[in-house]
Design a protein. Structure first.
Length: 176
């Protein structure tokens, strides 16, 4: 038995319609996953299941999501230990937890991607890679920067953003 964290790239099904976290939890349980629990209403799921490769877990969750909600959504999975390593790798722990974000990646980013992104960052924004995940300290409201336009799946590959508060909240949820 292994504990996993799964992050949905989006919970928007259509304009005005979002996935309810109780329904996400029910979907996971319908797939035979145990002790499913969610954190905030942004597509964060923690559950227990048989140990399997992450790609298999992601594919199973994505297929279950499509069957239940009628839409494909990319899902990033990590083991509990992998998630704790991601949280511990935050290079900006002194930053505001709402303004420091990580783009958790399915495939690790490299230094070339970091260099491209740094060329689009405005002064005051700090970027760093940790185990292939991109950490950003926006030092202000992330929505007020043009860098977000360069953090897309098309430009970086499959991944999803979570702020440091959510990262730490998921670590706390793993303890339950």
């Amino acid at each position: 038995m292994e504990t996993y964290v799964a992050l949905l790239h989006s919970i928007v099904l259509s304009p005005g319609k979002r996935v309810v976290m109780a329904d996400l939890k029910a979907m996971a349980e319908g797939l035979g996953l145990r002790n499913a629990r969610t954190l905030v209403a942004t597509g964060n799921l923690v559950f227990d299941g048989e140990a399997a490769p992450l790609a298999e877990i992601e594919a199973r969750l994505e297929a279950g999501f499509r069957a239940r909600f009628g839409k494909h959504v990319d899902i990033i999975a990590r083991t509990a230990e992998g998630w704790k390593r991601l949280a511990a790798g935050n290079p900006f722990p002194e930053g505001n937890g709402a303004d420091v974000v990580v783009r958790a990646m399915r495939a690790p980013l490299d230094g070339k991607a970091l260099a491209r992104l740094e060329s689009h960052a405005t002064p005051g924004i700090r970027l760093a890679l940790s185990h292939g995940d991109l950490w950003i300290d926006f030092a202000a409201k992330p929505s007020e920067t043009k860098l977000l336009a360069h953090l897309t799946t098309k430009k970086l590959g499959i991944g999803t953003l979570r702020n440091a508060n959510t990262v730490n909240g998921l670590c706390a949820l793993l303890a339950r």
